[in-house]
Structures are given as C-alpha cells and as structure tokens.
Ligand binder design. Structure first.
Ligand SMILES: Cc1cc2nc3c(=O)[nH]c(=O)nc-3n(C[C@H](O)[C@H](O)[C@H](O)COP(=O)(O)O)c2cc1C
Length: 490
C-alpha cells in the first residue's frame, strides 16, 4: 500500500498511498536525558515490561515494524551520549520473545556481518520468521567498529584492502550464503505419511557446498526456511557502501541523509541505483529516523523540549580565571565558544546569547541558533531567550528532532513523503512510555485522517505491511502459532 509517485504539471511530486511507519526501539529513550523525565522508563532491568508494553501499543496503532539495532560493544561514556546502548538485550532474542507477545506487527532484528556466522544467522532468522508467521526482517550491519571487532578477536581489517571495502564484499557473500541455506531446504518435501513411515518425500534437502573468499559452508540448513522462502532484508547507514548494499540487496533501507533537499536527492539517486542493479524502484523502501517531541500544543512541546534540554548533563566549565580540568571537556560552554568562533569569551550555561554575541558567531553558531529556534521557538533577543546551555545541548544532540503539536509532526511526515524524500519514517521516542504513546495517540490518528496511514492491518507479514508486493516472494498462508488450537493436558 505504499504509494505511487506522479508528477504534477507544476513539477512538484505528489504521492498517494501510505507512509511506511516503524519504530527504532531504544528502551531508555532516544534523547540522552529522556530517562530522567518524571515517569520515564529508566531501569534496564525492567526492559521486558517496557518492551512488551511498547510492542502491544505499536501493534494497536498498526505500525509496520519494530526495529532492534545493535552495537556490539559498550563503554562508560555512552551513559551520557547514548544511554540506551550501555546495556541491552540482544536483538534476535528480543524479537523472538516479542513474536510470541504480538500477532501482526513486523519485527526487525540485527546481525553483524563481520561478527556473526551466516549459518547461525540463517537458522535463527528462519526460526524467528516461522515462530512469528512471516513477520521477521533481517537487518545486516557492515560496520567494523574497532571495539566491537576486539570483542570478537578480530582487527576489523581484511587481507584484501580497507576494512570498509572488505566488509562490503563480505556482506555480498554473507547474504548469498544465507539465501543459499534458506534455499537448501524445501518445506514442500516434508510430507509425513504414517502409512509408509516416511516423514519426507526425499526431496527436502539440496546441497550448498559454498567455498568463497570469506566463507566455506556445506549445508543444508537444519531448519525450515522462512515462510516465504526469504525475509525482508534491511540495511542501515547513509555511507556509500551502505547505500550500494541497500540498492543491490535490501527491501528496507534506514538512512538519515540530512535536510529535505538533501534527502530528495538521496532518495532519487538511491532509487536510480536500485534500477541500475536491475530491480524495480519500488523494491526498496527508504525510511529516515524521526525523533518527535510531541504534545497537545506546540507551546507544550517547546516546554517539554526545554525540560529535556535542562536535564542534559554538561561538563563542568571552570569559570574565567579559574584553571581546572573538566571531566567532559567536549561538553562545556568553553569548548562551545571555541567552536562557534568566540574562543576568548567567557560565558556560563545560563547566560543568554545576546544579539551582539550572535552577530560574531561563525556558520556553526548560526546553525545551532537555527536548531534551537526549531526545537524551542527561542531566539537571541526574543521574549524567550536562548542560553548557552540551549546552544550546547543542540550541539551535543545531533538528532532528527521535530518538536511540536500532532499537526506539526504530521505536516513534517506529509511534506517529506509527498516530496519523495522518503517512503516513511522510523520513530524514535525521546523517552518511554510517554513520548511513544503521545506519537501513537496524537500523530498516528492525524496521519490516518489525512489518508497517509492505515487504520487497520491489511496484510499479515512484514513484506505485506511494507507493500513489497510482487518484488518479494509471496508469503505462504501462515497460521500464527497463537491461532493454532490446542488444549492443555488434563
Ligand atoms: C538510521 C540508522 C540506524 C543504524 N543502526 C545501526 C545499528 O543498529 N547498528 C550498527 O552497527 N550500525 C547502525 N547504523 C550504521 C552506523 O551508523 C554506521 O553507519 C555503520 O556502523 C558503519 O557503516 P557505514 O559507515 O557503512 O554506514 C545505523 C545507521 C542509520 C542511519
């Protein structure tokens, strides 16, 4: 049900159909200080309850999917920048568990190409897809972050050149092996016949016998393949190699290329690349992350953003003439002043940015002022003034924020969709459950009212939700395990 594009006589694009709407789940919230808000989910030990609540709510609002990314290392400083990455449940385990608690929503889990084994992942992915009746999507990451590599006893660099180029080639082969393993088992060959004593008709397995530069895999797979023979492949990342991989192999692409103009170009170029690889443009859905701070009115949303900004932990900034070391020198007003072009000035976080200061700012300073205005309506010299804290928080949180009422957020989604900048969005909630619920309760109904989103599920599988249609193999009519009648033993 995702849309066709047609060109209006005046050259503007308008589109019919539905936006793709998923959620990139971050249990401690996507805004670094979100977990400090009153009532916010803040304890990773309570994640199961928070995840269950979120999945049930997302399904009630008919979202397409929940996305669970992965980052295979941790470090103390994440506490300040990305608290949700500090400790969390493994994504494949999480989606397997959620499969049993939900009925219709798609579930995307992540495997790292450099740090996982294709046989193991082919088996887990097929199993989760079976257990969820066709709702699984496999996100493959190519990143070779050194700390993650060190956890797997690898350097990250391959013998044949740069780590980046190597990961790309490895990704091609990895996916080839995964698909070959899925194709090595033909579920139709399983034909239990109690009379003859044969469980199969003898045609279930085909060999794989793959020997390539990165992998040697004998096969066949010891699991039934996904219900449709394959699952939607997901790619995340805006780099050139991510885009190539997405254009060539993926069904869903999470990219975050920047502003509207940049995204329109990125979208157009990526769709051309998809065609260059011999695939129809509609074979790849392109979605961008979105972090709405939403409330009943724009003023309330601005106030909420202010509270989030106030709760961001900054580094201690020693006052003028007081030599001292900050624990987090990058998070100080002193550092900010260097970055915006006032290296010799001395300001405190609560000091207002005066018009005279603003006039001396460089391009970065002006960009940060624009961000503060978008996020909180504050302007230098305005009724609600900008402080150096506001400016520093904008610098420390390069997130795709849209702050406003339900109409403001829906306008943003509609504008980007109709301009063919994206096929949809992955929602990141500033904190749980309040901001996730606010999006579902305020924005989703507005999108439904505008005809931009479904009011009920039409399909049963992730491929069907994404409208992949003929570009993806049709799902076999699959019963959800929860629909299968059973009786307790007596
Ligand atoms: C929306 C979005 C989500 C992402 N999610 C993940 C993730 O969960 N795990 C990961 O390793 N990389 C993720 N990435 C990619 C990383 O940001 C980074 O780009 C990647 O690890 C390095 O590969 P690249 O340089 O090819 O993009 C994501 C990127 C985007 C734009």
């Amino acid at each position: 049900m995702t849309g066709q594009t047609r060109t209006e006589p005046d050259g503007f694009f308008t589109r019919s159909g539905h936006v793709v709407l998923g959620s990139m789940v971050r249990t401690l919230g996507a805004f670094p200080s979100g977990w400090r808000m009153p009532g916010a989910h803040a304890d990773p030990a309570a994640d199961p309850r928070a995840l269950k609540r979120l999945a049930v709510a997302a399904e009630r609002a008919h979202l397409d999917f929940l996305y669970f990314g992965d980052w295979l290392s941790t470090s103390a400083e994440l506490e300040l920048t990305d608290p949700h990455l500090l400790v969390r449940t493994d994504p494949l385990s999480t989606v397997a568990w959620l499969a049993a608690l939900t009925r219709r929503i798609g579930l995307v889990g992540t495997a790292s190409v450099p740090h996982s084994d294709p046989y193991q992942v082919a088996r887990s992915a097929a199993s989760i897809d079976r257990l969820s009746a066709g709702r699984f999507g496999l996100n493959l990451t190519l990143g070779t972050e050194p700390r993650a590599a060190a956890n797997f006893g690898r350097t990250g660099a391959g013998a044949e050149g740069s780590a980046e180029a190597n990961a790309f080639l490895q990704g091609d082969e990895y996916l080839y092996v995964v698909r070959a393993l899925w194709a090595s088992v033909d579920a139709r060959g399983v034909a239990p016949d109690a009379r003859t004593g044969r469980l199969t008709d003898g045609t279930v397995f085909a060999p794989v016998d793959h020997h390539g530069p990165h992998y040697s895999v004998a096969g066949p797979l010891n699991a039934l393949p996904p219900v449709a023979g394959t699952v939607p492949i997901v790619q995340s990342g805006a780099s050139e190699r991510s885009r190539e991989f997405a254009a060539r192999h993926a069904d869903l692409y999470l990219a975050g290329p920047g502003g509207l103009g940049e995204s329109i170009k990125f979208y157009r170029d990526t769709k051309q690349l998809v065609e260059a690889y011999g695939r129809p443009r509609t074979a790849l859905r392109i979605v961008a992350p979105l972090l709405p701070v939403v409330a009943s009115t724009r003023e309330e949303a601005f106030d909420l953003y202010d509270r989030l900004a106030d709760a961001v932990l900054l580094g201690e900034s020693p006052g003028e003439g007081q030599p001292g070391q900050s624990e987090h020198p990058e998070r100080t007003v002193r550092r900010l002043l260097q970055l915006v072009g006032l290296p010799l000035a001395s300001r405190e976080p609560g000091d207002p940015v005066t018009l005279a200061d603003a006039e001396r700012f460089n391009a970065l300073g002006h960009r940060l002022l624009e961000l503060v205005a978008e996020r909180s309506g504050r302007e230098p010299g305005g009724v609600r003034s900008v402080t150096y804290r506001h400016l520093l928080v904008a610098h420390l949180t390069p997130l795709p924020l849209v702050v406003g009422s339900a109409c403001d957020v829906a306008d943003h989604i509609e504008t980007w969709y109709r301009a063919s900048a994206v096929d949809g969005f992955t929602l990141m909630a500033a904190y749980l459950p309040h901001q996730f619920d606010a999006f579902l309760d305020l924005v989703v109904p507005e999108l439904v009212r505008r005809g931009l989103f479904r009011g009920a599920y039409e399909g049963r599988t992730l491929a069907e939700h994404l409208g992949l249609g003929d570009t993806a193999p049709r799902a076999a009519a699959a019963e959800h395990p929860a629909d299968v009648p059973w009786a307790p033993c007596t």
